[in-house]
Design a protein around this ligand. Structure first.
Ligand code: SOE
Length: 380
């Protein structure tokens, strides 16, 4: 039995999602490593203490540099706002720690590349928490595509729609709303939401080569929670883009925080010569599949209830017909990471892979500014 001593940096929503995964890994997955919740780190000691007590971390720290230097820590989990990812990850790699980093990898490609270089130099295991790949229905979609059941892909379309920033009274910045502050987040829906869709899209359908985008900031000024002043909003509130994939198919993506009534409507559809696949996060236990090869009088969409033992990850959970949820996507991701350590076949997406998503995000934002098609430079 090996210990895997975890240092959690950050205590927000993602800190909770990841902590839940650490707590449950050894209950559900037969891995050799035993997770130890070693230390929770946050600048605010009271918040760190409350988080550690709630989730069962042994101790707290207020300085991430001490955590990175701590010989009793094996793995650094970066759950802090995007502007801090690079500095922490580069220091953690230099200290020889494994790194799990919340998405997106960083704010920009320029900030991400040194992170990729740092883990390459030190050779530490690393992964980015693009959790939706580990929703069993999406993993099943990947399996069906790899089995050749879709044929030649023609179209990939994806949405990620929310509505929580419509009110101009929502401030920007600070612990709760750093996602609205361009300095902390790097971008708006592109890095926060479309990054998930781009990661899944390139995993399922290969590299995105060119994009053309239209971004919009509907609320131009918001009070900044830290300064108390009304300041310009620098993030994209909405982003729509068209793209080309290296395999010749066309992509259509939309994301917004202004789709009244939608909280997290994340969907995708892939249409190929021999079939189509469709997924909707609001019904995440289902994958819809149209197979053209059936006898014509039987042709039609079928709903696969992705809960059988032979479906991805599901043999680790309950009995056929019983569902798992959002939190299990993080648990499945962690299991893949730890199994990757044990098998010597590292789990994806690692930093190098997540850099490719960052490149697409950056090309999308550039196109939003210039109105031109932009090549992504993705190398997968
Ligand atoms: C934003 O509301 C958010 O929490 C993202 O930051 C997550 O990555 C996404 O999965 C759900 O929405």
């Amino acid at each position: 039995m090996k210990q895997l001593r975890v240092a959690m940096i950050g205590y927000g929503f993602m800190g909770r999602a990841h902590s839940n995964a650490y707590k449950r890994l050894n209950d559900f997955f037969p891995v050799e490593h035993r997770i130890v919740l070693e230390v929770a780190c946050a600048r605010n000691e009271e918040k760190a203490k409350a988080f550690a007590a709630q989730w069962g971390y042994a101790r707290v720290e207020t300085d991430w540099r001490k955590v990175v230097a701590d010989p009793n820590v094996d793995l650094i989990d970066i759950c802090t706002p995007n502007d801090t990812h690079a500095e922490i990850a580069i220091a953690a790699a230099a200290a020889g720690k494994m790194i799990l980093c919340e998405k997106p990898l960083a704010r920009t490609v320029a900030e991400s590349q040194p992170m990729v270089d740092a883990v390459a130099k030190s050779g530490v295991p690393n992964m980015v928490w693009f959790n939706y790949r580990r929703v069993p229905a999406i993993t099943l979609a990947k399996q069906l595509i790899d089995e050749g059941r879709i044929g030649k892909p023609y179209h990939f379309r994806a949405n990620f729609l929310q509505d929580w920033t419509i009110s101009p009274d929502v401030p920007q910045g600070g612990a709760a709303l750093w996602r609205l502050d361009v300095n902390a987040a790097g971008s708006g829906v592109t890095g926060d939401l479309l990054a998930h869709n781009i990661d899944c899209a390139m995993w399922l359908n290969g590299p995105i080569t060119r994009v053309t985008a239209r971004t919009e900031t509907f609320v131009k000024e918001r009070m900044h929670a830290l300064t108390g002043k009304v300041e310009p909003v620098g993030i994209d509130d909405a982003c729509l883009f068209l793209c080309e994939f290296a395999n010749g198919s066309l992509g259509l993506f939309e994301s917004t925080r202004y789709a009244r009534g939608h909280k997290a409507l994340k969907t995708f559809e892939l249409n190929g010569s021999d079939g189509s696949l469709a997924f909707n996060l609001e019904e995440m236990e289902y994958l819809d599949f149209f197979e053209y090869a059936n006898d014509s009088h039987l042709r039609g969409w079928r709903r696969i209830h992705v809960t059988n033992g032979e479906h991805p990850y599901m043999n680790r959970y309950w009995v056929p017909g019983l569902v798992i949820g959002y939190e299990h996507s993080f648990l499945n991701a962690l299991a893949d990471f730890v199994m990757g350590l044990e098998s010597g076949n590292p789990a994806q997406p690692d930093f190098q892979n997540a850099l490719q998503t960052q490149k697409v995000c950056e090309a999308v934002l550039e196109s939003g500014r210039t109105g031109q098609w932009v090549a992504t430079g993705v190398t997968l």
